[in-house]
Write a protein that binds this ligand. Structure first.
Ligand code: VGL
Ligand code: ZN
Length: 200
């Protein structure tokens, strides 16, 4: 089996969905599309990886301690759990980020498995050379992860209808999408995505 694509599902956690501490408008609306895409990758025998935002109680990432955000995705709290509608395969590989109390760490390339392995070496191990990205939030983790992946020489395809942004400032997500595109990211809709998958 040669180099292959993998699906990266970014931060679909309660706190990033409506009603959560940092609810992304319409954040949960992407879940059926994400689930359909997970099923597609599973059928093709291709890797599916999940990230989660996983903060300590005290971190410079939170407003209370000098950062930009209300407290969210605190390790072990209900808000940090994956959304109940997300269909995660048994034994799915989960990478956690945001544990460093001195850093924001938006990129999934700053995330680690429970064995302490980072995303880049995990992808290398799986012989992955192309990342399909979906999840939350367009203007933070999706953006940072996509740009980092491209910088590292991976091909990146963002699933346009399976991402949603915070838009702290209106238009942030549109700007992030343009930025990803000029840096070489491709964009596709979740429906018909199979035609962009080489055989694994
Ligand atoms: C994120 C805001 C705060 C993200 C994380 O993962 O997109 N956004 N923390
Ligand atoms: Zn966070």
């Amino acid at each position: 089996m040669g180099p292959k694509p993998a699906l990266l599902v970014v931060d679909i956690q309660n706190d990033f969905c409506p009603g959560g501490a940092l609810g992304v408008p319409d954040g949960d609306a992407i879940i059926p599309r994400v689930n359909r895409t997970i099923a597609l990758f599973e059928r093709r025998g291709l890797p599916v990886l999940f990230t989660r935002d996983w903060h300590p109680r005290v971190t410079k990432h939170f407003k209370e301690f000098g950062g930009a955000w209300p407290a969210h995705c605190v390790q072990g709290a209900k808000g940090a759990r994956f959304h109940g509608g997300l269909e995660m395969p048994k034994g799915a590989l989960i990478l956690s980020k945001g544990m460093d109390p001195d850093q924001d760490s938006y990129s999934a390339f700053q995330a680690f498995t429970d064995r302490g392995r980072d995303l880049e070496s995990t992808l290398h191990e799986l012989d992955v050379d192309e990342l399909f990205v979906c999840g939350l939030a367009t203007d933070y983790c999706v953006r940072a992860t996509t740009l980092d992946g491209l910088r590292r020489g991976l091909a990146v395809r963002v699933i346009r209808d399976a991402i949603r942004g915070v838009d702290l400032k209106p238009g942030d997500s549109e700007i992030a999408i343009k930025e990803m595109r000029v840096n070489g990211a491709h964009f596709s809709e979740s429906r018909g995505l199979g035609r962009f998958l080489r055989k694994g």
